[in-house]
Write a protein of this length. Structure first.
Length: 69
Protein backbone atom coordinates (compact mmCIF):
# COMPACT_ATOMS: atom_id res chain seq x y z
CA UNK A 1 0.00 0.00 0.00
CA UNK A 2 1.43 3.35 -1.05
CA UNK A 3 1.78 6.19 1.47
CA UNK A 4 -0.91 8.28 -0.24
CA UNK A 5 -3.41 5.40 -0.18
CA UNK A 6 -2.52 4.65 3.45
CA UNK A 7 -3.15 8.30 4.40
CA UNK A 8 -6.54 8.31 2.66
CA UNK A 9 -7.57 5.06 4.35
CA UNK A 10 -6.44 6.34 7.77
CA UNK A 11 -8.45 9.52 7.24
CA UNK A 12 -11.58 7.51 6.36
CA UNK A 13 -11.11 5.18 9.35
CA UNK A 14 -10.92 8.21 11.64
CA UNK A 15 -14.09 9.65 10.04
CA UNK A 16 -15.84 6.31 10.58
CA UNK A 17 -15.43 6.73 14.35
CA UNK A 18 -18.13 9.42 14.21
CA UNK A 19 -20.19 8.42 11.14
CA UNK A 20 -19.56 4.76 10.19
CA UNK A 21 -22.28 4.67 7.51
CA UNK A 22 -21.37 7.93 5.79
CA UNK A 23 -19.70 7.93 2.38
CA UNK A 24 -19.69 5.36 -0.41
CA UNK A 25 -21.27 2.55 1.66
CA UNK A 26 -23.01 -0.53 0.25
CA UNK A 27 -24.55 -3.37 2.29
CA UNK A 28 -23.06 -6.70 1.29
CA UNK A 29 -24.95 -9.89 0.49
CA UNK A 30 -24.14 -13.57 0.41
CA UNK A 31 -21.40 -14.77 2.75
CA UNK A 32 -20.83 -11.19 3.97
CA UNK A 33 -24.50 -10.43 4.65
CA UNK A 34 -24.90 -8.03 7.56
CA UNK A 35 -21.62 -6.28 6.75
CA UNK A 36 -20.93 -3.22 4.64
CA UNK A 37 -18.20 -2.10 2.31
CA UNK A 38 -16.83 1.39 1.96
CA UNK A 39 -15.02 2.37 -1.22
CA UNK A 40 -11.86 4.47 -1.14
CA UNK A 41 -10.52 4.62 -4.68
CA UNK A 42 -9.48 1.08 -5.56
CA UNK A 43 -9.52 0.00 -1.90
CA UNK A 44 -12.46 -1.50 0.02
CA UNK A 45 -13.07 -1.60 3.75
CA UNK A 46 -15.33 -4.49 4.80
CA UNK A 47 -17.01 -4.05 8.18
CA UNK A 48 -20.12 -4.77 10.25
CA UNK A 49 -21.65 -2.18 12.58
CA UNK A 50 -22.94 -3.00 16.04
CA UNK A 51 -25.02 0.12 16.81
CA UNK A 52 -26.19 -1.08 20.23
CA UNK A 53 -22.57 -1.21 21.40
CA UNK A 54 -21.43 1.67 19.14
CA UNK A 55 -18.75 -0.57 17.63
CA UNK A 56 -17.41 -0.82 14.08
CA UNK A 57 -15.30 -3.92 13.47
CA UNK A 58 -12.99 -3.73 10.46
CA UNK A 59 -12.89 -7.21 8.91
CA UNK A 60 -10.66 -6.41 5.96
CA UNK A 61 -9.06 -3.67 3.88
CA UNK A 62 -8.44 -5.00 0.36
CA UNK A 63 -7.65 -3.70 -3.08
CA UNK A 64 -10.63 -4.23 -5.39
CA UNK A 65 -10.20 -6.98 -7.95
CA UNK A 66 -12.62 -9.15 -9.87
CA UNK A 67 -12.60 -11.63 -6.95
CA UNK A 68 -12.64 -9.23 -3.94
CA UNK A 69 -16.12 -10.23 -2.76
Amino acid sequence: MQGRDRDRINQVLNEMKEEPLHGDIVPLRGQHQGAFRRRIGSWRIVFPVKPEAQIVVIHDIVRRTSTTY
